[in-house]
Write a protein that binds this ligand. Structure first.
Ligand code: F6P
Length: 324
């Protein structure tokens, strides 16, 4: 296939660095004489025909901006074959030869099905702060989310120190441990509670009290949010009711999804956007741009359609050891 017209959309939760990838796709495509149509608001926008022609200046001055200029959505209807069929018909009617999807494993599932059911060429760029996609060590947005959480927790530490308080700080990531582990180590957290950890409240209390006894004046416990945000309040209640220990809860929430992308996110997203277009030119689809061994490469999309928890539990131990 010779590709002359690419469609581009973002899907799922936004992530800082998506704009860098959009810019890299558009500029690389135009450099190679390929037309790009931006599709607004993800698969939902595709089904509604929300198209926007992209040119060199449509991606000017966006490399530093968080979010996504194309906007995004979660589109449950795309799980159904009839909607994917309609989407392919719409793309073919627009003479769009291939679709690049910036998103997570759910978005790649929809794309993979478009290929399997209709042989429609698709290519994925991993974008989610959760860093939870199989087949890649890294997803765009993770580094920025971690940096944002670290800055927030450093502030919380200031006030925790001043008042001699314990804080339960809940970070995003749903079932992924990645944000919690890295943030925990980098903020000197006293404990990290992973998404599926059964919380041993007694140990938590013992650890906090041991620290206070040796002269610590604050404790920060990082709580990975797990399937439903807000589990920190349950932990807070148990600490209070059973152990008469006061802990403050701070749920960082969507602050972690916004903001200007870090250098790592800009750099990786730029390489991925560039490689995505090269791959389509060379008929290498359905694939996903991934990081493996620190390098940006292609992987078969089928290897990237499930969730992976890069759960390096040794970092949990590291945080505890270093904050003893
Ligand atoms: O997948 C990214 C993410 O930010 C998760 O960390 C979080 O659990 C979820 O999205 C929140 O989703 P929403 O923005 O739809 O509430």
């Amino acid at each position: 296939m010779s590709v002359s017209h690419i469609g581009l959309l973002c899907s799922g939760g936004d992530a800082p660095g998506m704009n860098c990838a959009i810019r890299a796709v558009v500029r690389t495509a135009i450099y190679n004489g390929i037309e790009v149509t931006g599709i607004k608001r993800g698969y939902a926008g595709l089904l509604r025909g929300e198209f926007q022609p992209m040119n060199l200046s449509s991606v000017g001055n966006i490399i530093q901006r968080g979010g996504t200029i194309l906007q995004t959505s979660r589109s449950p209807e795309f799980m159904k074959p009839e909607f994917r069929k309609k989407a392919v018909e719409i793309l073919r009617a627009q003479k769009i030869d291939a679709l690049i999807i910036i998103g997570g494993d759910g978005s790649f599932n929809g794309a993979m099905a478009m290929w399997n059911e209709h042989q429609y060429p698709v290519l994925g760029i991993p974008g989610t702060i959760d860093n939870d996609i199989s087949g890649t060590e890294y997803t765009i947005g993770f580094d920025t989310a971690v940096q944002t959480a670290i800055e927030a927790i450093d502030r919380i530490r200031d006030t925790a120190h001043s008042h001699g308080r314990t804080f339960l700080v809940e970070v995003m990531g749903r079932n992924s441990s990645s944000i919690a582990l890295k943030v925990g180590v980098c903020t000197g957290a006293e404990n990290i509670l992973l998404p599926h950890d059964k919380v041993v409240h007694k140990k938590l209390v013992d650890d906090i009290q041991r620290g206070m006894a040796r002269g610590k004046d604050s404790s920060i416990i990082i709580v990975a949010e797990g399937p439903v945000a807000g589990r920190s309040y349950d932990i807070q209640n148990v600490l209070k009711d059973l152990y008469h220990m006061d802990a403050h809860v701070s749920i960082l929430g969507h602050i972690q999804r916004g903001g200007s992308p870090t250098a790592d996110d800009r750099f990786i997203a730029s390489q991925m956007g560039n490689l995505a277009v090269q791959a389509l030119i060379e008929d290498k689809f359905p694939t996903v741009t991934v990081v493996q061994g620190g390098k940006v490469l292609l992987n078969d999309m089928q290897n990237c359609v499930t969730k992976a928890d890069h759960n390096f539990t040794e970092f949990q131990k590291l945080a505890e050891t270093l904050s003893i």
